[in-house]
Design a protein around this ligand. Structure first.
Ligand SMILES: [Mn+2]
Length: 333
């Protein structure tokens, strides 16, 4: 799946590092945490003399606290000479949220002719990602949109590099494959995904631990938040199932933003809809998550209208502002 030359370029980049600094996107999900913790373990095993560090602007959701290395994720980053950055599951620099404070760690994206403008990026970097909207902002870009998850790409990468998977690494990787496929039920669950899962189980991935921690446990605040999402579903004339949560909903339920993950799959379950949308207020912004079950609807285009992006069947966006309810009444005779 991965071109051999890309694996070689990535390995050559890792080999010359004085420090290996892994980074995933803000508001990290299971694939972000799975891929960053797996990559850090792989790098530490194969470059024992090079310090390996993990960075994310947001802490890991407690759900993934059972994964090795998760406690090593740091927030404050000061780039130093000799750093090599490894970006995981992040389609664009802004999704890491380090783009404003540390623009120099990213390369300028290639223009429409495929050439990378001069200047910018001072540090070598490797990006491993599966988002089709990836802007190729690293020096080595391993972007495979057909992959279900960044963790799936890492399984192939390890094989290409000749790196064996330990049970701990396999557990991190299986967490990402499971969460990005919704437990092997989303439309991105290809035959290749099942082969990947088989390889991970063979490597000792603790499948039942993941099922219990990720899919079979929910805090009371999460259940109450999801209750509000479900209660507030409305159907639009365009055929969308929409729900919206204000900051007040988060305060009243005691849930934080990360606890919203997964609720949209229930909104998306309304039969006959073209798409589903969950809007949520967060720190002066309104974030939107879009899903569809249909092949003739591309929600990444809808998200694009609000400067967002993602996949055809799952996408998101963020706009500044707050939610204001609009109630319409008409007289029926
Ligand atoms: Mn992902």
């Amino acid at each position: 799946m991965i071109e051999k030359v890309l694996v070689e370029q990535a390995l050559a980049t890792f080999a010359k590092a004085k420090r290996l600094r892994c980074m995933c996107h803000r508001n990290p999900d299971g694939d972000a945490i799975g891929s960053i913790t797996a990559m850090a373990q792989l790098l530490e095993a194969h470059y024992p003399d090079t310090p390996v560090e993990l960075y994310c602007v947001d802490p890991s959701p407690p759900t993934f606290g059972f994964l090795p290395f998760v406690h090593r994720i740091k927030h404050d980053l000061k780039p130093e000479e000799g750093d090599v950055f490894i970006f995981l599951d992040s389609a664009e620099p802004k999704l890491t949220e380090y783009h404003e404070t540390l623009p120099q760690i990213f390369q300028p994206s290639p223009d429409s002719t495929g050439l990378r403008p001069a200047g910018g990026g001072e540090w070598p970097s490797v990006c491993i990602d599966h988002h089709p909207t990836n802007t190729r902002y690293a020096t080595v870009n391993i972007v495979i949109p057909e992959a279900s998850s960044t963790c799936e790409i890492l399984v192939d990468f390890s094989e290409g590099a000749g790196w064996p998977l330990t049970p701990d690494i396999a557990t991190s990787l299986l967490t990402g494959v499971y969460t990005d496929t919704g437990g092997l039920v989303h439309s991105n669950t290809t035959a290749r995904v099942y082969r990947t899962v088989a390889r991970l189980l063979k490597a000792g991935a603790r499948q039942q631990l993941i099922v219990q921690q990720v899919f079979r446990s929910a805090k009371i605040s999460t259940l109450r938040l999801w209750g509000r999402v479900l209660e507030k579903i409305s159907i639009t004339p365009e055929g969308g199932a929409i729900s919206a949560l204000t900051e007040g909903d988060f305060l009243a339920t005691g849930a934080d933003y990360s606890e919203l993950t997964g609720a949209i799959d229930y909104v998306n379950a309304v039969p006959g809809m073209k798409f589903s949308l969950v809007l949520a207020e967060r720190a002066g912004k309104v974030k939107g998550s879009l899903r569809t079950l249909r092949d003739d609807v591309d929600v990444s285009k809808m998200a694009g209208a609000f400067q967002g992006g993602g996949h055809k069947k799952a996408a998101g966006f963020a706009v500044s502002g707050k939610l204001v309810p609009e109630v319409r009444w008409k007289v029926q005779q």
